[in-house]
Design a binder for this molecule. Structure first.
Ligand SMILES: C[S@@+](CC[C@H](N)C(=O)[O-])C[C@H]1O[C@@H](n2cnc3c(N)ncnc32)[C@H](O)[C@@H]1O
Length: 173
């Protein structure tokens, strides 16, 4: 199994954990947008974070730098909007999105401040940033979803401490 396939298997296992679907639903609720709203899911991986909001009538775009991930996402969710791109150089134009979401991504970013600046750039006034991080205790103790050796969470901790309110969502004014 390739590294990409192994990551997808871990992500799929995490998505099946008890309570995972409810937590994802809460993250979509936190956008505060209804049908017709526009959001971007950054580091979308296999694309569930795009397909599920789209199922609510939201216009969702998924962005990921991995061509392999985007190919898998397009295969799983035909017709959904997936783009190859980076958190520090997002495809949407300025001020056109109502919500920004990054799920289990911030720990991968070398320059989270640049990603946050991009989040603010693409959001319309009042748009919301929703960030999720894995429960590291559970992640590391569950064999099916154990991360790669050497995985570091320092950038995410930095992002969380400096930039984001404790509730995990921030209002862009
Ligand atoms: C742990 S996976 C999470 C995937 C998905 N959000 C989920 O919850 O299943 C992290 C994802 O972040 C992506 N990623 C890594 N560096 C990134 C960057 N600079 N900008 C955007 N996404 C990035 C990876 O390709 C991968 O798909």
């Amino acid at each position: 199994m390739s590294a990409g396939q192994a990551l997808l298997a871990r992500l799929d296992a995490a998505d099946r954990l008890p309570g995972a679907a409810e937590l994802r639903a809460l993250s979509y609720d936190l956008f505060g947008v209804g049908s017709g709203g526009a959001v971007v899911d950054v580091g979308c991986g296999g694309g569930r974070g795009v397909a599920e909001p789209a199922g609510r009538g939201v216009r969702a775009m998924g962005v990921d730098p991995s061509e392999r991930m985007i190919a898998v996402a397009r295969g799983r969710w035909p017709g959904a909007d997936f783009r190859v791109g980076d958190a520090c150089r997002l495809p949407p134009a300025d001020g056109v999105r109502d919500g920004y979401r990054a799920d289990k991504v911030c720990h991968e970013l070398a320059e989270p401040e640049r990603a946050l600046a991009q989040a603010r750039r693409v959001l319309a006034p009042g748009g919301r940033i929703v960030l999720r991080g894995q429960d590291r205790t559970r992640w590391s103790s569950t064999p099916a979803i154990r991360p790669s050796p050497g995985c570091s969470c320092t950038p995410a901790q930095t992002w969380s401490r400096r930039r984001v309110r404790p509730a995990g969502s921030a209002l862009c004014s």
